[in-house]
Every structure is written in structure tokens, then in C-alpha cells.
Design a protein around this ligand. Structure first.
Ligand SMILES: *Cc1c(COP(=O)(O)O)cnc(C)c1O
Length: 471
């Protein structure tokens, strides 16, 4: 028998009863390197822009493939520190550009455990307990989305993009009538870019995109469009609960009414807004959500999960039938008949990581009200920032926030000056703000996802922006 690899060998394994002994000192090294990197950065983003970051990473990471290895501790120390030092850190209150959130420590710890175990959710014999945990967790989350359905279901995805793709695919397949008629997607101009991209990927006609000058899809316009275009063809309406640019929620009950009256299925992209379901006070903003034929959710946005943590919820498992696929080595009929769960129809991927563990750990650790409270906090922060902008003589507020996004810009700015102001803030590593274009032009976008941000952080943020505003 070969001797087992020593704990300190670079080839030590993370799993098994001995795995934690190898892992613990390495995790310690990685954690120290994370801390040193964050201290060295000293802000939300490294200063100097792409050339400075490229130079530092090239210096730290060359040679990428040395002839002889440097050992696990040196490699972790060097590369983890370099990555942390050059990171855009969403845990910094001034890092608020995108739907790119800080991660709960408990979720990161759970994800480490998932990495060490490495279950793969494409067959039961690679992931017995993860299969069972995923089934329980997805059903619980689906029940939150579809409280009045007896047996709703949800798939774990890599995020909103994959969920939206699956939703269009399921709509296409479930509309199949024998005659070859393509599915026509109807959505607002406020819909996420992954909707037209999914249509393109699936070989569908380009979506019929309705203008949304007010930021949300107008049910009257939608009704008119459904009455005029491709009335004989299978169709799908896509609405958004939490737009990426402004955090707006389409009028879901009226859109659901229109779809029901026209007999057209409805997909709701609630990548951003979906987690409002955890909050008793905010949930009413999602009224009508459960009338959708499918719902996209992201827990790596308003859910504080490490990437990736996406979901696609459906009212019943039968909707997922088109994903059924056979591979004898993974879901042989005799194995299935003997009671082994068939996992291939739970994703378009094959090898699939157990993203469900960090989600389940987080749900249990914080509970519904604990998560709801974090969501209430970031939405309240958005209102506070909007108040500060409103009261500030140097800034204009675009509109009151719906979720946790605030659009604003300096008075007397134009698109060019707003764009270069944003890049100056990035270049100095002082603040990471996003950009959003509305009919009124370009705005700075603050997407507040850090529940520990204080009012003073928001005041300082505005001071920083004002300090970098030059005409
Ligand atoms: C972020 C977002 C997506 C895409 O989700 P990913 O997780 O980035 O793939 C889709 N729709 C909306 C409305 C989003 O905000």
C-alpha cells in the first residue's frame, strides 16, 4: 500500500477524516493573506486603474507554471494576498456599483465545506446527502415564491442569466404543439440583457421590446402589443421585479391580468427583488409574483451568498419535464426504478457544485426574519442616501428608490462629465459606483447591498464624489 500523503504535502487531500488536518493550516494561511491584502488595499478598490493592477498581479503571479512548485503556503500567501489587494471589495461601504454583494461569513464557511467534500449533483452516487438537501431546500424556497401551490419546485442555477435562459427554454418546449412555430418573447426595454441573449441562444426570434420611458413595463402597452403581434404564435411575456439599472418593479398584478386575459404565459425576472419575499414589510411589493409561470431569483445579489447562487422557481415539477435527458451512466432506468433520484433533469449542466449547502446554512442560521431584516436595512439605507442627495446642493436625485438602488448625479453635469467622474473615482480607488442610462441621460448608480453601511459612510461617499467633481 502506498503511504498516505503527509498533511503538509502539497498533494494532501481536503476530504476524508484526515482532510481537515491538511486543510486547517492552509485555511489559516489563506485567511492571513486575505487580511494582509485588504489592509494593503486600504479602500474599496486598488488605485491606479487596470495598468497598475496588471503590473502588480504580473509581478506576484509570474511564473504561472514554475518548473518546481513553491509549496502550498507560499502559493496561497502570494496569490491570495495579491488577489485581495487588487480586489473590488463589496464589503467596503464605498463599493456599491453593481448587484455584487458582500458575502456572509457563515455562507463562505459553508462553501469551503462544500469545496472540501466536492459532491457533484449530476447523480445520486456522487452526492447522496447533497441531493436530499437540495430537494428540501429548493422546495422550501419555491414554497416562499408560490405559497398557494401544493408542490412548487425550483432549480439551482448559476444566476439570473442561466435562470432566464432556462425559463425561455421551458416556455419554448412547453408551448410545443407539433407544428413548428417559434416562441415570441415580449418584454420591456427595462428587461435584463440576458433575455434577448437567451432568445438568441435558443434560436428564437428577437424579442418584441416595448419602450419603458417610465422605467417599468406599462400593462396597457403590453395588452396592445399582445393584441397586435404574432397572435397565432406561442408567446411568452417577461416582466421584471427589480430592474438592474434602477431597482424598479413592474406592476405585476396588472401584467398578470393582461397575460391571463390573453392566454400568454408569464416569466418574472426577480433576480434582484425576489428576496423581498423574506421580509414581512417588503413582501407586498411583490404582489402578483406567484401568478408567474416561472420566477428567476438570485441569492448572490440580495442574499449575501458567494457566487454562484441562483434559482428558477416553477409552480410544479411537471413544468421541468422538457429538461429530462438520459445518460446511462448517470440515470439508468433500473437505478431510477430502484429508487435513486434522477438528477439530470435538474440542470443543463452535468458536473454541478453543491451551491445549495451555503444557501441552506444561511437560511437556517439567520432564519426568514434574519434575512428579511438585512433586506429591510439595505432598502432603508437607499432611502437615507436619497434623502442626503436630495438635501445636497451639489447633487440631483433621479427618483425615490424602490429597492436598494439610488441614481444621482452632480448638478449641471452632462453624460461625458458623469462618465469621467465615475472613472476618476475608480482610478483613485476611492469609490466604486455604477452607471445607468435613463431617458434623462447618464446617472451615477449606488447599489446598496451592505447591511452594515452606516449613515456616515453615505455622507462620506457623497463628499468623495463631490471632491472628484470638476465641471
Ligand atoms: C443580475 C440580473 C440578472 C443576471 O443575473 P446573473 O446572476 O448575473 O446571471 C438577470 N436579471 C436581472 C434583473 C438582474 O438584475
Amino acid at each position: 500500500m502506498p503511504a498516505p500523503a503527509a498533511d503538509h504535502s502539497p498533494a494532501a487531500l481536503a476530504g476524508g477524516a484526515q482532510g481537515t488536518r491538511a486543510l486547517r493550516p492552509l485555511v489559516d494561511t489563506a485567511l492571513h493573506a486575505l487580511a494582509r491584502g485588504a489592509t494593503a488595499r486600504g479602500g474599496p478598490l486598488p488605485a491606479g486603474g487596470p495598468p497598475a493592477v496588471d503590473a502588480r498581479i504580473t509581478a506576484a503571479a509570474t511564473p504561472v507554471l514554475p518548473e518546481r512548485g513553491t509549496g502550498p503556503h507560499e502559493a496561497l500567501r502570494t496569490l491570495v494576498q495579491a488577489l485581495a489587494e487588487g480586489a473590488a471589495d463589496p464589503a467596503d461601504p464605498h463599493c456599491a456599483a453593481h448587484l455584487h454583494g458582500p458575502v456572509l461569513a457563515v455562507a463562505a464557511a459553508a462553501d469551503l465545506a462544500a469545496c472540501a467534500l466536492n459532491p457533484s449533483l449530476d447523480s445520486w452516487d456522487q452526492a447522496p446527502s447533497a441531493t436530499a438537501l437540495e430537494a428540501l431546500t429548493t422546495r422550501a424556497l419555491a414554497a416562499l415564491a408560490y405559497p398557494r401551490r401544493p408542490a412548487p419546485d425550483a432549480l439551482v442555477t448559476t444566476g439570473g442569466t442561466e435562470s432566464n435562459q432556462l425559463a425561455l427554454l421551458l416556455a419554448r418546449e412547453n408551448a410545443r404543439t407539433g407544428a413548428h412555430r417559434p416562441l415570441h418573447v415580449v418584454c420591456g426595454a427595462n428587461a435584463h440583457h440576458s433575455i434577448p441573449r437567451a432568445a438568441w441562444l435558443l434560436g428564437l426570434p428577437a424579442p418584441h421590446i416595448l419602450p419603458t420611458p417610465a422605467g417599468t413595463l406599462d400593462p396597457t402597452d403590453l395588452d396592445k402589443a399582445l393584441g397586435e403581434h404574432h397572435t397565432d404564435a406561442p408567446r411568452l411575456v417577461v416582466a421584471t421585479a427589480g430592474t438592474t439599472d434602477a431597482g424598479r418593479i413592474d406592476p405585476l398584478p396588472r401584467i398578470a391580468d393582461v397575460c391571463a386575459a390573453r392566454g400568454v404565459p408569464l416569466h418574472i425576472d426577480a433576480s434582484y427583488g425576489g428576496p423581498l419575499l423574506f421580509s414581512d414589510t417588503l413582501r407586498p411589493a411583490l404582489a402578483g409574483l406567484d401568478r408567474a409561470d416561472s420566477i428567476t431569483f438570485d441569492l448572490h445579489k440580495l442574499g449575501w451568498q458567494p457566487i454562484a447562487a441562483g434559482l428558477l422557481a416553477v409552480p410544479g415539477s411537471e413544468v421541468l419535464a422538457p429538461l429530462g435527458h438520459r445518460a446511462d451512466y448517470l440515470n439508468a432506468p433500473d437505478d431510477i426504478a430502484a429508487g435513486h433520484p434522477d438528477l439530470l433533469h435538474r440542470s443543463l449542466r452535468t458536473t454541478r457544485r453543491p451551491d445549495v449547502l451555503k444557501i441552506a446554512v444561511t437560511l437556517r442560521a439567520l432564519g426568514r426574519t434574519g434575512l428579511g431584516e438585512l433586506i429591510e436595512r439595505v432598502c432603508a439605507l437607499a432611502h437615507r442616501l436619497a434623502d442626503l442627495v436630495d438635501a445636497h446642493p451639489s447633487f440631483v436625485l433621479h427618483s425615490r428608490p424602490t429597492l436598494s438602488t439610488v441614481l444621482f448625479r452632480p448638478v449641471n453635469s452632462d453624460d461625458r462629465s458623469t462618465g469621467s467622474l465615475r472613472r476618476r473615482l475608480l482610478h483613485h480607488g476611492h469609490a466604486v459606483l455604477g452607471r445607468a442610462t435613463t431617458p434623462e441621460g447618464l446617472w451615477l448608480k449606488a447599489t446598496l447591498l451592505n447591511p452594515h453601511t452606516r449613515t456616515d459612510d453615505l455622507r462620506n461617499l457623497l463628499e468623495l464624489v463631490e471632491g472628484h467633481t470638476t465641471g
